[in-house]
Design a protein around this ligand. Structure first.
Ligand code: PAF
Length: 289
């Protein structure tokens, strides 16, 4: 349930025109304000609000964009049913301390004749890309456009989408984009389920089962930390998840935490990443190992 916005909280302006956004950013810059940015697709939950609060703590002004980006969905995916609730989202953003909500239109983002693609390698290879080949190209395109529109000093992304975070950090570094991309740990329900806008798709029964994904990642991580066989542990976890009702399991993989390549002797830290279907909902999660 949405809590009513206390009267002391100022509702952030909602802008839809690039000229108006640029004018506001120019004004803030002339005042020497540091600008933080959180890109979202809306359907905001406590995980997004934590990103906004973190951006707030690191900057003077916080811009949050809401744009359900068609480019990162394949035709058979959930673009049409992705939850859209602009008014409720704006009220939550007021409480979290956002100064501006940027709501670009599809016509502004992808006008007729739009013809540019960003080609990604490195951390964009494998994992999500094996199952959603369009995804990171779409994310890189929209995030680059949003960065060019908002021109933030910092942008905050959730570790929930760990591969996305690494891809964004990599292309911003490679393309000399003048901002810092900061990752924030995943916010979880009390039973461990990672917060996600897509959790809204889960039935009550699926919701009870959903937390098992996180529990199994923990079980694998413990085995690996104790020097056990990662592959065997992953296979056992997959069998238990399938018995609990998950399937198909797109991947459960142990990777180098920076490059997302398979672990090597040079790996300084490891990350365990997973994506699995529960009914009609695709859940992703990851933990540090
Ligand atoms: O993580 C998301 O919500 C989206 O992928 C993002 C970064 C807003 C780009 O559309």
């Amino acid at each position: 349930m949405l809590k009513p916005v206390p009267s002391s909280v100022t509702t952030p302006d909602r802008l839809r025109e690039l000229a108006a956004l640029r004018q506001r950013i120019t004004l803030w810059r002339s005042e020497g304000q540091r600008i933080g940015f959180v890109p979202t697709m809306g359907a905001l939950h406590a995980g997004h609000l934590a990103l906004v609060k973190h951006a707030r703590s690191l900057s003077d002004k916080v811009v949050v964009s809401i744009f359900v980006n068609p480019l990162q969905f394949a035709p058979h995916e959930d673009f049409d049913r992705y939850p859209r609730r602009e008014d409720a989202d704006s009220a939550l953003l007021a409480e979290a301390g956002a100064d501006l909500v940027w709501l670009p239109t599809s016509e502004l983002m992808y006008p007729k004749g739009f013809a540019t693609k960003i080609e990604l390698t490195g951390p964009a290879e494998g994992l999500e890309t094996d199952f959603r080949p369009q995804f990171f190209g779409g994310v890189a395109t929209v995030v680059t456009k949003l960065f060019n529109q908002v021109t933030p000093d910092i942008a905050v992304f959730g570790e929930k989408d760990y591969q996305q975070l690494k891809v964004v950090q990599t292309f911003t570094r490679d393309l000399d984009m003048p901002l810092e991309v900061i990752g924030l740990p995943t916010i979880r329900e009390s039973d461990g389920l990672a917060l996600s806008s897509r959790n809204a798709y889960l039935s009550a029964e699926e919701r009870d089962t959903a937390a098992k994904l996180h529990a199994e990642l923990h079980a694998i991580a413990e085995t690996v930390q104790a020097g056990g066989d990662a592959d065997a542990s992953i296979e056992r976890a997959k069998i238990r998840l399938e018995a609990a009702g998950f399937g198909p399991i797109d991947y459960i993989a142990l990777r180098d935490a920076d490059s997302l390549a398979p672990p090597s002797a040079d790996s300084r830290a490891l990350r365990l990443l997973a994506a699995a279907w529960l009914g009609k909902t695709r859940l992703i999660d990851n933990i540090a190992v």
